[in-house]
Design a protein around this ligand. Structure first.
Ligand code: GUN
Length: 283
């Protein structure tokens, strides 16, 4: 019973990677080998894990990847110089600078320096603007992965009450735009929202990306709703949990993503998709 409503992000991501692998094989026959450069500054353990997963996915699909690991004390100029060098490197079609950067570095300036056509995270202001207009080459990986998971449930988005909890540039804001483009009626909640429980309870589709462990509980969810949990929080006992309290939410939801094994694998699959697309566009 419970198994039926749990959305298996690992399996869905694996299907997408298989499709991409076939696509990359075709591109290689035409002499195109998609290439991704991943830049990591410092030694944040979570970032290290994410970067390793990205490299592994590249290897599986046949995407060429380069990793640039820079020391914590890297200067802004050194990082900008690397980005500019990668902008001009012909075997690299996508550039990803793993965030967050150490505090002394200016993330905005670094993102602005990435060539728009190589911005596979879709964080550059030009790509963000294109998403707003609905005329884009790349979608940001996590919101794009969430849309794929919603699609898998078979729910029609048109006309539905969609509630996004969180307004970050990486997830909440672009997520609300994508749901709007699919004709959802979208509400964006944040730390100053009044009556969060009542607003969440209206949602047919609830996407949560706030970074607070298990804050959305079953009593905040409409029976039968689709619940997508973008959170990744480490409890004191080392357990990895989402922003949704899974057990109480699963008892009421119609479909729900687990953490881990929900959104996470999809984010990486969408990064691979963007890298393949970048290579096609640059060919
Ligand atoms: N840090 C957390 N999520 C992301 C992401 O999607 N891309 C990058 N570059 N850094 C991140």
């Amino acid at each position: 019973m419970l198994g039926e409503k749990v959305i298996d992000g690992r399996q869905i991501a694996s299907k997408i990677r298989s499709r991409l692998k076939a696509e990359v094989a075709e591109l290689k026959e035409k002499g195109i080998c998609p290439g991704l450069a991943v830049v990591i500054v410092g030694d944040d353990p979570a970032s290290r894990v994410y970067v390793n997963m990205k490299k592994k996915a590249c290897a599986e699909i046949g995407i060429y990847s380069e990793e640039y690991t820079l020391p914590q004390e890297t200067t802004q100029q050194e990082l900008l110089d690397l980005v500019k060098r990668l902008n001009g490197k012909e075997d690299i079609h996508g550039i990803l600078v793993q965030l967050p950067l150490p505090g002394h570095l200016d993330e905005e300036e670094v993102i602005d320096a990435i060539a728009v056509r190589k911005d596979v995270d879709a964080f550059h202001p030009v790509n963000v603007g294109k998403i707003m207009i609905g005329n884009y080459d790349f979608l940001p990986c996590t919101p794009a992965g969430v849309m794929e998971l919603i699609k898998e449930t078979g729910i029609e988005i048109t006309g539905k009450e969609c509630v996004v909890v969180g307004r970050s540039n990486i997830v909440g804001k672009p997520q609300s735009m994508l749901l709007l483009q699919q004709h959802g009626t979208v509400t964006v909640c944040h730390s100053r929202t009044k009556n969060l429980k009542e607003v969440c309870k209206r949602a047919d589709i609830l996407v949560v990306a706030v970074g607070r462990a298990q804050m959305i509980t079953g009593d905040m969810i409409k029976p039968g709703a689709v619940v997508i949990d973008v959170g990744m929080n480490r409890l004191e006992n080392k357990k990895l949990v989402g922003d949704v309290d899974f057990d109480s939410a699963a008892a009421v939801a119609g479909a729900i993503t687990p953490v881990p094994g929900g959104v996470g694998p999809m984010t990486i699959a969408m990064l691979m998709k963007n890298t393949v697309k970048a290579a096609q566009l640059q060919a």
